[in-house]
Design a protein around this ligand. Structure first.
Ligand SMILES: NC(=O)c1ccc[n+]([C@@H]2O[C@H](COP(=O)([O-])OP(=O)(O)OC[C@H]3O[C@@H](n4cnc5c(N)ncnc54)[C@H](OP(=O)(O)O)[C@@H]3O)[C@@H](O)[C@H]2O)c1
Length: 285
């Protein structure tokens, strides 16, 4: 089965693409900078393509049956910028229709459900909602995945000897490893039928963020890490002057307050149960 991937170089795009390759799909990666991919995905075909250049996307989707999307709003993105998940999505859907793509898999987010709860509203979540709306209205069969927090997030929070954390919360999150999620994506693409499908993606264990950080540090063998905790209020204040801090303040507010509960039972029945614990994930790095 031929599958194209847009966003394979992303934090979560990598493990998913690796699982698609491992499962025997013929993978074509559409990337802005193919030269930077190097030996990351040795058996994949890599094509230069950019969502801001519609012709390159149409060319990259020729002879593909499936398409997987790992898109994001960058932390320094402005509301007036080009957004891959809305502006890019319109290009993708037009090209996918023309190229005869039969199913699109799209990585969304569970915490975006915090939009309009407790008076919270963030333009980034508007973009993510619009992406889902565009996909569902496209007429193409879609599989939309709504994951809890990825264990890979901890890797992005390491700064020298520090693991940066923001605020505190008693809410437990079902952390999921990118590799386990990738295996679920593989199973979904192998399912028969052309109906659209939605999945909540959660890992095998739930922890508060503080518990999870403790487990990660305890099992991370590359170097000794120490936590550095910034109050969310300070991030939000600094966020008035700095876009990355602004993003951090908003996502932490949503993650610390969205009342996540276990909802992945149906996903586990259909796509298999994830097995990687946070301790195992940390040891594997
Ligand atoms: N982290 C979590 O815990 C978590 C939890 C739930 C959901 N999610 C969701 O997961 C999604 C993916 O996150 P991520 O961290 O993997 O994202 P990411 O690292 O920012 O990856 C984004 C990808 O999009 C590509 N891209 C950007 N602009 C492009 C363009 N104009 N044309 C073609 N490709 C372009 C990038 O390629 P380049 O290499 O060219 O830049 C990159 O491969 C996000 O939507 C996030 O909301 C994350």
């Amino acid at each position: 089965m031929n599958i194209a991937v847009i966003g394979a170089t992303g934090l979560i795009g990598k493990p998913v693409t690796q699982q698609l390759i491992k499962a025997g799909f013929t993978v074509t990666i559409l990337a802005r900078h193919p030269e930077q991919i190097g030996t990351l995905f040795p058996s994949a075909r890599v094509i230069e393509a950019d969502l801001q250049k519609p012709d390159t996307i149409l060319a990259g989707l020729q002879n593909q049956q499936m398409l997987y999307l790992n898109l994001s709003v960058r932390q320094n993105e402005k509301i007036t910028d080009f957004h891959t998940e809305t502006d890019g999505m319109k290009t993708i859907l037009a090209a996918a229709k023309e190229a005869g793509i039969q199913r699109i898999g799209y990585l969304s987010s569970l915490v975006m459900r915090y939009q309009n709860m407790d008076g919270f509203h963030w333009w980034v979540f508007d973009i993510k909602e619009e992406a889902v709306r565009l996909l569902k209205a496209s007429g193409i069969s879609v599989s939309i995945f709504y994951p809890s927090t990825f264990m890979e997030s901890f890797l992005m929070q390491i700064q020298g000897p520090l693991l940066a954390l923001g605020g505190s919360s008693s809410i437990k999150l079902w952390f999921i490893a990118g590799q386990d999620y990738g295996q679920q994506v593989v199973r979904d693409f192998r399912l028969p039928g052309n109906e659209s499908r939605d999945y909540v993606i959660q890992g095998p264990e739930a922890h508060t963020y503080d518990e999870a950080a403790h487990l990660f540090i305890k099992n991370y063998t590359k170097k000794k890490l120490y936590t550095l905790k910034a109050p969310v209020g300070i991030l939000q204040f600094l966020g008035r002057f700095n876009r990355k801090m602004n993003y951090g303040g908003h996502i932490l507010e949503a993650m610390n307050n969205y009342p996540e509960r276990f909802e992945a039972e149906r996903t586990w029945t259909v796509l298999g149960k994830p097995t990687t614990t946070l301790s195992e994930f940390a040891r594997q790095q």
